[in-house]
Design a protein. Structure first.
Length: 175
């Protein structure tokens, strides 16, 4: 059996050891890729005012999140700085409060691709129609659409990749 740990487990444990008790209400969700580690914690929603409208409650939640963000800024910066040094990736933070998830920071990384004329024309159509400001925005829009409409398939694929990693780790190892 391999003692090598999966990257997700390593990151989850590393952050769990460093996050102060009570900062979040439950274990954080860690999402990562080659450039960025995103940490999303959950906090309790503010106590609802029985006479508050839906809009007033949404404003109260937004203010609650803003207060949390400011109050925890220094702690999050210190932890992110250590993580960035150790893992060589930027750290982004977000919070879930009730049914709202708000990101405090995220990266936007340029990605190079080669497209054939028919694919470029598709992007140009999205730009011409006002769906996107540029080919870059149009390509981002397409990626988001695929992600939203194929989430089950992508989840299955990610699970299969995780399983392959487990099988690979359990297999014979050369010295």
């Amino acid at each position: 059996m391999s003692t090598r740990r999966a990257p997700a487990e390593t990151l989850r444990d590393w952050f769990a050891e460093r996050l102060p008790d009570g900062l979040f209400d439950e274990p954080v969700k860690i999402v990562f890729d080659r450039e960025e580690i995103t940490v999303i914690g959950s906090i309790a929603a503010p106590t609802p005012d029985p006479g508050a409208s839906e809009i007033e409650q949404a404003v109260a939640t937004a203010n609650w999140i803003k207060t949390f963000r400011e109050r925890t800024r220094q702690t999050r910066i210190e932890i992110a700085s250590d993580a960035e040094h150790i893992f060589g990736r930027k750290v982004s933070w977000g919070v879930t409060c009730g049914d709202i998830t708000q990101m405090f920071s995220t990266l936007s990384i340029p990605v190079m691709t080669r497209l054939r004329q028919s694919e470029r024309r598709l992007l140009d159509t999205l730009v011409d129609a006002g769906v996107a400001r540029s080919r870059s925005d149009a390509l981002g829009w397409c990626v988001r659409q695929v992600g939203e409409h194929t989430e089950t398939w992508l989840s299955d694929l990610r699970e299969a990749m995780r399983r392959v990693e487990e099988v690979r780790d359990a297999g014979p190892h050369t010295q």
